[in-house]
Design a binder for this molecule. Structure first.
Ligand SMILES: Cc1cc2nc3c(=O)[nH]c(=O)nc-3n(C[C@H](O)[C@H](O)[C@H](O)COP(=O)(O)O)c2cc1C
Length: 140
């Protein structure tokens, strides 16, 4: 049984180094639990999609919620899926500080990542469009 979970959170003093640590941790650990996904960051916000087995995704989300490198962790969407959308990434990365303005503007009032003000469906559409525009790095 595959599921996809999407959440948003606010970074707590995240630097380039700590971001690198988070991505490395994800890329090291996710293959063991069969989790794939994408982590978007920009404007002090994280938007992450996790896909994989229900038990594995649930327990990873429980761990992530307790991580003090971010706060205001908010579940945006949780659904059973028949296939993965982000299966090519143990954890893909999108730095929204680096352009992609027109993609952001398509889905929000300002060219800023703000998943707290849009639906989970819109956040998934944004992630899919970033993928279609080859904005996700770190494919393995
Ligand atoms: C925004 C964010 C995203 C994260 N994504 C993942 C992830 O996809 N996979 C992962 O193993 N850890 C991820 N982590 C790190 C986990 O919160 C946790 O530190 C890590 O799984 C190690 O937990 P443990 O020491 O309890 O095993 C993320 C942390 C943050 C702040």
């Amino acid at each position: 049984m595959l599921v996809r979970l999407i959440y948003a959170s606010r970074a707590v003093s995240v630097t380039r180094d700590s971001l690198f640590d988070i991505i490395s941790q994800a890329r090291n650990c996710n293959p063991t639990s069969g989790i794939t996904g994408v982590l978007c960051h920009g404007h002090g916000i994280f938007l992450q999609a996790l896909e994989g087995g229900r038990a594995e995704v649930n327990s990873m989300y429980a761990k992530i919620m307790k991580d003090d490198r971010h706060k205001d962790v908010t579940l945006l969407q949780y659904e059973e899926i028949s296939q993965r959308r982000f299966g090519g990434w143990t954890m893909g990365q999108v730095d929204l500080g680096k352009a992609h303005t027109s993609i952001l503007l398509r889905y929000s009032e300002k060219a800023e990542l703000d998943p707290y003000t849009v639906s989970g469906t819109v956040s998934l559409a944004l992630l899919e469009e970033l993928m279609d525009n080859a904005a996700i790095i770190g494919r393995v």
